[in-house]
Ligand binder design. Sequence first.
Ligand SMILES: Nc1ncnc2c1ncn2[C@@H]1O[C@H](COP(=O)(O)OP(=O)(O)OP(=O)(O)O)[C@@H](O)[C@H]1O
Ligand SMILES: [Mg+2]
Length: 445
Amino acid sequence: MRDLTPREIVAELDRHIVGQADAKRAVAVAIRNRWRRQQLSEEMRGEVAPKNILMIGPTGVGKTEIARRLAKLTGAPFIKVEATKYTEVGYYGRDVESMVRELVENAITLVRESERVKVEEEAKRRAEDRLLDLLAPPPVSYDVAADSPDSPDRYERTRHKMRDMLAAGALDERKVELTVEQKGMPMMFSGMGMEQMDVDLQGMFEKILPKHSTRREMSVAEARRVLFEQECEALINQEKVNAAAINLAENVGIIFLDELDKVVASENTKGADVSRQGVQRDLLPIVEGTTVQTRYGYVSTDHVLFIAAGAFHRASPSDLMPELQGRFPIRVELSDLTKDDFVRILKEPKNALTKQYTALLSTEGVTLEFTDDAIESLADYAFTVNQSTQNIGARRLYTIMERLLEELNFEASDMKSGHVRVNAGYVKERLDKITQDEDLSHFIL
Ligand SMILES: Nc1ncnc2c1ncn2[C@@H]1O[C@H](COP(=O)(O)OP(=O)(O)OP(=O)(O)O)[C@@H](O)[C@H]1O
Ligand SMILES: [Mg+2]
């Protein structure tokens, strides 16, 4: 976890997201507050509740993107869930506690990745030793006579030679036999997507089912990977990973709760309202702080940061249950994106769309260039189509760009080399007719 100041966090977010200054500031402060809390005495630390954030804004203006980038740059466990998901299954919908389990899974992945980096070198060394044992098994007993093939000296020399050959990849095609372990998962569940299970079935299965080992023949190249994985597993202390992951999830975890506005009861849809209110009621303890059982241990949500989002077109935040409102004290509004924002989004962010397409086509030996007037024109089309059909925010840029470059994307592989200059004329030629025709735009853009 890096100790970034709010200003540094905003600067990092600025590299990826255009505008939305208020939202960036709010999340930056929330993150810094967690660091501040960590510096307090234990007694005080327990008292400080996270200041959860409610992001209000239309679709496609950067709500999710801000939260996702934030998690990434701070190294925090992060998951995004839709509040509405908890109404679709059964009466109350999916068990709300499953979001905490998901968060822990994410934390486990993060911790394992960083633990792996630490043991990689050692695991590589051990895997190589085991490979050598397979390729040149040590003699059952050494023969001290120096000229015997089983003398320690000779064996060492063989092994040394083998090691060099192995390193050079000269033995990659050879076959060896290995014991591999398989954890059996009943076929009937294997396609279900574990995260959809309300109770922790996966954990249960792993405990119940016997691990079976099988002998398999494989190439040295493959064996090297398998052995490396096995050694990594052996070197990583699973208990330590679990404890660290729970700690990480509890203290710096972020849950992004999307579509919160959709679980507000409205006047004219009586039937569904009961379950919507039900979702709010179910969410409350999680947001207020509760303890959830996961396969890795108990997790307290007291200090998990919740960032909720919604368009709040019809409903307003004051239609939420009062207790829930109180749990999201920080409100930020994200603004509609302007044509100028689109211009910037197209070219400024670190991995802006124009940069992505340019990079993709460069792999075909084609250099792609966008002139400024082309970008202006693209932004203009995106803005206009958003007005005339449906406003989907910056997502419109994706459909526009795809349409613009459809032909080139197909042809580029046969062009061998070339330079393509996209100017306003190029854009007009490919987009004018479609954007003029509202019906066509509906389908194609
Ligand atoms: N301000 C922005 N700067 C740069 N890119 C943006 C911006 N807003 C949106 N985008 C891009 O548009 C896409 C959609 O944005 P995002 O997922 O953040 O929308 P959202 O506000 O969460 O919308 P929804 O309410 O539909 O979930 C993302 O790929 C994102 O990179
Ligand atoms: Mg979103």
